[in-house]
Design a protein around this ligand. Structure first.
Ligand code: GDP
Length: 442
């Protein structure tokens, strides 16, 4: 179910909005494990869609000492949400507490709608304008109490829900599943063997769906199946054909690689095993990791390699040294030309896709954090030890974590690396790009 978290600092009117959107007809949804009574969950019918709403308002008016608890609740709600509905009090404008909650939303990378509540009367206009400064787009004017703007809010939610369902190629009722085609791109420097590999993967059943497929005007995708699983393959060769038609030079630029990478969930970086990890290879690898895509490296032209065993070891060492950002990235020897190693390559791709979608339960993460901090405590700053108290996964695709730290700016980069590498190892996510954000909190 498409899930919307209503988020904002205390007293902006989240509960009123929740109640209005849910109406009286629908009962509260049973608490899911890990959901405390501080977060209310209910399904609402908006347009002709069933939308799940999470209200994070349970702790309003409970005083400052509970604010940090509320932050946690908010974080957890954001983690479960497909969309965040961020609320401010338009009469007060944007105050620092709003900025703090807005920061959490931003860190999560989730799509967001912003609304200014208490917009009855003219006094709220300047405050509503201030909401632009949050960078969440055009704010919706709302008065939950006076039932102004509710239609606009629900239309915006429905639009976002429909857009997401469409992007995932599913109906509104269909849960995310294995049937959704995996979006795959094959990139690499010229002559690494991309086209050869694509042809080998497409094999006999080569089926160019090209622009008729209607994915988008630009994305030229080939549909194929591997081991019974549907795949949408970004067709770099098609891009090249298209460019030839348009009379452009035939070399693919970084921009083209980026386009393929952005299209994809998992990217296969093809490198020439005889001339491995050249500058261009590393540039593209870095791009893939920075875009947060799953990465699998194909060591191509393996048929030409003499000392195959020695070579694997050598290349693995090179990779760990040159690409520490993606520690443990799968390196898979193939020969596109001879169609060798393709099953193992695709198994690596599917495994990467699974890990890229992985969600770790908050309770487990926090047990883990306690152990990590105990094994290797954060340093002292200004005579006091930095505290790391709580963490949660706020997003998947790629896995994105937030931890609360007493002085986030003072926590050394090396400590963050320690945590990220620890996550990778302990939760078995080798080579997966992991995003890790710190927020201030005791
Ligand atoms: P692209 O520019 O990355 O698309 O590279 P191509 O697929 O056009 O391949 C470049 C050259 O490498 C061609 O001459 C291919 O025949 C050759 N090649 C590609 N894959 C292999 C392979 O696995 N083994 C060998 N020996 N040659 C390959």
């Amino acid at each position: 179910t498409f899930t919307v978290a209503i988020v904002g600092r205390p007293n902006v009117g989240k509960s009123s909005l929740f109640n209005k959107l849910v109406g009286r007809r629908l009962a509260l949804v049973d608490d899911q494990p890990g959901l405390t009574r501080d977060r209310r969950v209910a399904d609402a019918e908006l347009g002709d869609m069933r939308i799940r709403l999470i209200d994070t308002a349970g702790l309003e008016d409970s005083g400052n000492e509970l604010l940090s608890n509320m932050r946690r609740q908010t974080m957890a709600a954001i983690g479960q949400a497909d969309l965040v509905l961020f609320l401010i009090d338009a009469r007060e404008g944007v105050i620092p507490a709003d900025q703090m909650f807005a920061g959490m939303v931003r860190d999560s990378g989730k799509p967001v709608i912003v609304a200014g509540n208490k917009c009855e009367g003219r006094a709220a206009e300047p405050g509503l304008m201030e909401a632009y400064s949050l960078g969440f787009g055009e704010p919706i004017a709302l008065s939950a109490e006076h039932a102004i703007g509710l239609g606009d809010v629900s239309a915006a939610i429905v639009e976002a829900a429909e857009a997401q369902c469409e992007a995932r190629g599913e109906g509104s009722e269909v849960e995310e599943g294995d049937e959704r085609p995996l979006k795959l791109a094959i990139v690499g420097r010229p002559n690494a063997g991309k086209s050869t590999l694509v042809n080998a993967l497409l094999g006999e059943e080569r089926m160019i769906t090209g622009s008729e497929a209607g994915i988008t005007r630009d994305a030229i995708a080939n549909d194929l199946e591997w081991a019974g699983r549907p795949i949408e393959l970004f067709d770099t060769a098609g891009l090249r054909r298209k460019m030839r038609v348009e009379g452009k030079a035939e070399t693919l630029s970084v921009g083209d690689a980026l386009r393929a990478i952005r299209f994809a969930e998992v990217v296969v970086l093809v490198i020439d095993a005889e001339r491995p990890f050249e500058k261009q290879d590393l540039t593209i690898a870095d791009l893939i990791i920075r875009e947060g895509r799953g990465i699998v490296i194909a060591l191509n032209k393996w048929d030409l390699v003499r000392d195959k065993q020695g070579r694997v070891k050598e290349l693995r060492e090179m990779c760990e040294r040159l690409l520490p950002q993606a520690k443990g990235v799968p390196l898979l020897p193939i020969s596109g030309l001879k169609s060798k190693g393709l099953d193992a390559l695709m198994a690596g791709v599917f495994e990467m896709a699974r890990l890229w979608n992985k969600r770790l339960p908050t309770a487990k993460l926090n047990d883990w954090l306690i152990d990590m901090v105990e094994a290797h405590p954060p340093p002292h700053v200004g005579g006091r030890r930095l505290k790391l108290r709580y963490m949660t996964q706020v997003n998947a695709r790629p896995p994105t974590f937030v931890a609360f730290c007493s002085k986030p700016k003072d926590l050394p980069e090396s400590y963050i690396r320690y945590l990220v590498n620890g996550l990778r190892e302990d939760f078995k996510m080798p080579g997966v790009p992991i995003r890790f954000n710190l927020r201030k909190g005791e």
